[in-house]
Write a protein that binds this ligand. Structure first.
Ligand SMILES: *Cc1c(COP(=O)(O)O)cnc(C)c1O
Length: 547
């Protein structure tokens, strides 16, 4: 006679992968996964969405409770697949919503393998060669961006926000030595452009700096920091007795792909140290979570153009490269492989130009060497996290190997070519205006206007002249309605899915200006999908109720 619990345990055992070779059980494991994928396939159509749109019923969700009895592998898997119904398929060429890529097959495998064996990157003992994979992915990326592999290092962390947190935390410790022990008694600021990601506020909040201590420098029309305002800004900060925890250079803004002039920012920082006799060097962090991938073009021969890009593409790539090639000047860099590196979430790394900077975070005594304790690597001594998964590093490594420099050049070049194609069409039409024409990435911000608006002059006038406030706001509303029509069609699987940004910038008199946004990241994008965007716009324009 077996006890009831023993029956349950033996039933549950079948739900775990076999710890030793067991072909039959392995087959069951793999088959279970294939079955789930097969179910997912049933959700596919030509539309850029799995299954169908679903009303989200949070009330019902709040009534969910743990069942009394165990489920089966089959039933649970089927149940999980259902949750994908209504998801947009980011990799679909008619989905141009945001900087969300579709992961490659090797990067998915890179994400899956650690979820079977659970390496923990807190230390070498618990992750062994997977920790080497992290070091390799960091070394490859660092070298690609121009860091010296002998002195640079980094860690994978919980997203782009995490990379920024590392940069600012290290910078805060430099600016206010001992803050980790004593807490913050001197006000310290984060300096960034007004186009920087809101994550700057998040970390100012979580680090205890306070959101009011994020100092935002106005941006130019092409969405970069007005670097001429940086020196006076730093002077004011120093004069007010505040310390500079971090200067954030945004290398690829989220909405517009604006690129700060990092080289100039570093120059201004160095001058400020001399001019004000600072006893610390303010930390410069490059928030390159989007722009990092363009460093594959650092060595591209734009004259010979070996990959044969079109002229307009070349100009766009060169325009980006002239900023991205200076990334190595930053004291730390944030990289999101899960944005422009085509991996599953989460795969983000922060890289430090000088690995000794981890010493500001290490939990050991200050005079203890912070790494290579007894010849080993223990990131857990300085990471914010304790447990860290191996999936981020393995997924990143998978894609760096899969693409190689040339593959990533080709892929990014293709996406930029598609975006440029869209811009050419939008610029050529009287009813549409591209709003980030001087930014050269895969994202296009544009506004659509009703008949009778002179789109050569109106957008600019509306932005500058407070007398045109009502007209600006009316056109915000018009673009919102156009978006709603396109979105409603998209949810029915028709047309393209694009997005709306409520405020891609403010007018000179302080009103938000919205814009439609096409973010082309699908490797399957082609001219026909660019044309589909235009068709969606014209259709919405015919249907919109206006005025
Ligand atoms: C997306 C983004 C972030 C935040 O990154 P997550 O990976 O979403 O945490 C920070 N900065 C910029 C410029 C971004 O585009």
């Amino acid at each position: 006679m077996t006890a009831p619990y023993q029956d349950l345990v033996s039933q549950l055992r079948t739900a775990f992968p076999a710890p030793v070779s067991d072909r039959l059980h392995d087959a069951y494991f793999v088959f279970s996964f294939l079955r789930a994928l097969d179910k997912v396939d049933d959700l596919k159509s030509a539309a850029p969405m799995l299954g169908r749109p679903v009303e989200l019923d949070y009330d019902a969700a709040r009534h969910a409770r743990v069942p009394d009895d165990p489920g089966t592998v089959e039933a649970v898997s089927d149940d999980l697949v259902r949750y994908l119904s209504g998801m947009f398929i980011w990799g679909h060429p008619r989905a141009q919503i945001n900087v969300v890529p579709s992961p490659t097959i090797p990067s998915i495998i890179g994400g899956l393998l650690p979820s079977i064996y659970n390496p923990n990157l807190v230390s070498e003992e618990s992750s062994r060669q997977v920790l080497l994979a992290e070091v390799e992915a960091l070394a490859m990326t660092g070298a690609m961006m121009g860091y010296d592999a002998e002195v640079a290092d980094g860690v994978f962390t919980f997203g782009g926000t995490g990379t920024l947190l590392y940069g600012a935390k290290i910078g805060l410790e430099k600016a206010v030595p001992g803050v980790r022990r004593h807490g913050l008694r001197t006000p310290a600021v984060i300096v960034c452009s007004e186009r920087a990601h809101y994550a700057c506020f998040t970390i100012a909040n979580w680090l205890g700096l306070g959101e009011e201590n994020v100092v935002m420098i106005p941006a130019t029309d092409d969405n970069q920091m007005q670097v001429g305002l940086l020196a006076p800004c730093l002077r004011d900060i120093v004069a007010s007795g505040r310390r500079i925890a971090c200067i954030v250079a945004t290398m690829g803004t989220t909405d517009a792909f604006g690129l700060d002039d990092l080289a100039a920012i570093v120059r201004v920082r160095d001058e400020a140290v001399r001019e004000h006799g600072l006893d610390y060097v303010p930390h410069v962090h490059a928030d390159a979570v989007i722009g990092w991938a363009w460093s594959v073009f650092n060595d591209y021969d734009f004259e010979a153009n070996p990959l044969g890009f079109r002229h307009r593409t070349l100009r766009a790539l060169a325009g980006t490269s002239r900023r991205i090639r200076h990334l190595a000047l930053a004291d730390s860099i944030g990289v999101d492989f899960h944005k422009t590196g085509f991996t599953p979430y989460i795969s983000s790394a922060v890289l430090l130009k000088d690995k000794r900077d981890f010493g500001h975070l290490t939990r050991a005594e200050e005079d203890t060497p912070y790494i290579f304790q007894s010849g080993t690597r223990h990131p857990g001594k300085y990471t914010l996290e304790t447990t860290r998964a191996g999936s981020g590093p393995l997924a990143a490594l998978a894609n760096l190997r899969l693409f190689g420099t040339r593959g990533l050049q080709a892929l990014l070049g293709h996406l930029v070519t598609m975006a440029e194609e869209l811009r050419e069409q939008l610029e050529g039409n009287a009813a549409t205006t591209v709003m980030n024409g001087d930014n050269f990435g895969p994202v296009t911000l544009f506004r659509v206007y009703p008949d009778g608006v002179d789109t050569f002059s109106a957008p600019d006038q509306e932005r500058r002249d407070p007398a045109l406030r009502q007209s600006l706001l009316a056109h915000n509303e018009y673009n919102r309605r156009i978006f709603e029509i396109i979105q409603a069609d998209a949810l029915q699987g028709k047309g393209v899915v694009i997005s709306l940004t409520d405020c891609y910038r403010t007018s000179d008199y302080g009103e938000p200006i919205n814009a439609l946004k096409s973010y082309i990241l699908s490797p399957f994008s082609d001219e026909q999908h660019v044309h589909a965007v235009l068709e969606s716009i014209w259709k919405a324009r015919r249907e919109v109720e206006w005025p």
